[in-house]
Design a protein around this ligand. Structure first.
Ligand code: F6R
Length: 357
C-alpha cells in the first residue's frame, strides 16, 4: 500500500535504506558472516566465465555487477541484453555459468535465453525479487532480492537490491578463493544504508535541481566514466521512461567522438564524479560541453567535490558508489515527471513486466 505517499515510486525510493539492511541480514549467518548457498559458490568457482543476461534496469545492474565479480572474485564476466543474445550469441567459454538478473523473474526475453542455454546443458542462477517466478523455477539456483513488492513501473529499489546481492555474491566467492576482499563488506553496506537515508532526506534540494535543469528541456545527457557511466545509463533510463524527456547516458570520453554535436545552448548535462581515478577527466568533459553552451549539473562524492557542483553525495567505498549515486537520479526523474504532470507510476506505453518477446 502507498500509505501517505502520493506515488509508489517515491515510497519505493524511500524504502531503499531498509531494503539494504534487510539484505545484509538475510545474507548473514549466525556468526555474523556473509553467506550464500555453497552450491551457488561452487557453481561460480567451477565456471571459467560468467554470462549475465538481463534487460533494462536489470541490465544496468549487471554492468556494475561485472565490476564487482571481476574485481573482487577475479572471474571474467560478460553482460548481455537478453533480447540480443539469441541472434548475437557470443562464442561461449568452455564452462560458462549464466546469471539472469530480473526483478519480476518473468521477462520473456530473458526466459527465452534460459530455455536456450538449458538445452545446451549449461547451469544457471537467477537473481530475482519474486520467489517462485518463472526464471527462478527454471534456473538451477536462485538468489532473492528481499526488496518487497515493486509496484511502480520504474524500477528503483530493485536496482539497488540487485547491486547489493551481486556484491555479496562477489565477496563470498572471493573469500572461497582465498582472495582478500580488502574491506569489511557488512560494515561498508551499513554505511551505504546510512548514506541512502541522507539522500532520501535531501528531496527538497533535488526537487529544486530538477526544476532548475529539467523543467523546460527537450533532452538531457548523463555522463560519467567507469562505473559512473553505468549509473548514468540508469539515470537516463529513469528520466526518459517517466518524464518523456529524451535522455541518454554516455561515457565521458566518447562525447568528442560524436555526441558533443548534440549540445546546444542550455542543454542539461548531468555529470557523475564519484571516482577519484577519473575525477579530473570527467570534469574536463564537463568543461568541453560547457564551452558549447551546456548547463552542467555535477553530482560528486564528498571528498572529490568542488565549488561548482550541484549536489554532493556522502562518501562510501568507491566500488559501492552506484548504490547511492543512483538515488539522486531516481529522485530527479521523479520530480521531472511530476512537474510535467506525467503519470509517475504508470508511464505511457510501458508495463511492469514484459512477458512478450
Ligand atoms: C526500468 C524498468 C525496466 C525493467 C526491465 C527488466 O525502470 O523497470 O527496464 O528493468 O523490463 O525487468 P525485469 O527486471 O523484471 O526482468
Amino acid at each position: 500500500e502507498k500509505g501517505t505517499y502520493p506515488h509508489y515510486m517515491l515510497k519505493e525510493i524511500d524504502e531503499q535504506p531498509a531494503v539494504m539492511r534487510k539484505i545484509i541480514q538475510a545474507y548473514q549467518n549466525e556468526q555474523g558472516e556473509l553467506t550464500i548457498d555453497p552450491e551457488i559458490i561452487h557453481a561460480l568457482n567451477a565456471a571459467d566465465r560468467v554470462y549475465i543476461i538481463a534487460a533494462g534496469t536489470s541490465y544496468h545492474a549487471g554492468l556494475v555487477g561485472k565490476q564487482f565479480i571481476e574485481k573482487m572474485a577475479k572471474i571474467p564476466v560478460e553482460v548481455h541484453i537478453s533480447s540480443e543474445f539469441g541472434y548475437n550469441m557470443p562464442l561461449l567459454s568452455e564452462k560458462p555459468l549464466f546469471v539472469f538478473i530480473s526483478q519480476s523473474g518473468e521477462t520473456a526475453d530473458s526466459r527465452a535465453v534460459l530455455v536456450t542455454i538449458k538445452e545446451m546443458g549449461y547451469q544457471s542462477l537467477t537473481i530475482t525479487n519474486v520467489p517462485g517466478s518463472t526464471l527462478s523455477r527454471e534456473a538451477d539456483y536462485t538468489l532473492l532480492l528481499h526488496a518487497g513488492p515493486e509496484i511502480a513501473v520504474a524500477s528503483t529499489k530493485a536496482y539497488t537490491a540487485q547491486l547489493a546481492v551481486l556484491v555479496i555474491l562477489a565477496e563470498v566467492t572471493a573469500k572461497s578463493r582465498n582472495l582478500d576482499p580488502e574491506f569489511d563488506l557488512i560494515h561498508e553496506l551499513g554505511l551505504v544504508a546510512n548514506a541512502m537515508e541522507v539522500l532520501c532526506d535531501s528531496k527538497e534540494l533535488i526537487e529544486h535541481i530538477s526544476r532548475e535543469f529539467l523543467a523546460v528541456t527537450r533532452n538531457a545527457f548523463f555522463i560519467g566514466r567507469g562505473i559512473d557511466y553505468y549509473v548514468g545509463l540508469e539515470g537516463a533510463l529513469k528520466l526518459k521512461e517517466i518524464s518523456y524527456i529524451q535522455a541518454e547516458g554516455f561515457a565521458g570520453g566518447e562525447l568528442k567522438h560524436g555526441t558533443i554535436a548534440l549540445i546546444e545552448e542550455g542543454t542539461p548535462v548531468i555529470a557523475l564524479a564519484t571516482q577519484e581515478s577519473v575525477n579530473l577527466s570527467i570534469r574536463g568533459n564537463v568543461k568541453e560541453v560547457v564551452a558549447r553552451g551546456a548547463n552542467p549539473c555535477i553530482i560528486s562524492m564528498k571528498g572529490l567535490n568542488m565549488d561548482e557542483d550541484s549536489f554532493v553525495i556522502p562518501e562510501v567505498h568507491d566500488l559501492l558508489t552506484p548504490l547511492i549515486s543512483v538515488i539522486p537520479l531516481q529522485i530527479l526523474a521523479y520530480y521531472a515527471a511530476l512537474h510535467r504532470d506525467c503519470d509517475v507510476d504508470k508511464p505511457r506505453n510501458l508495463a511492469k513486466s514484459v512477458t512478450v518477446e
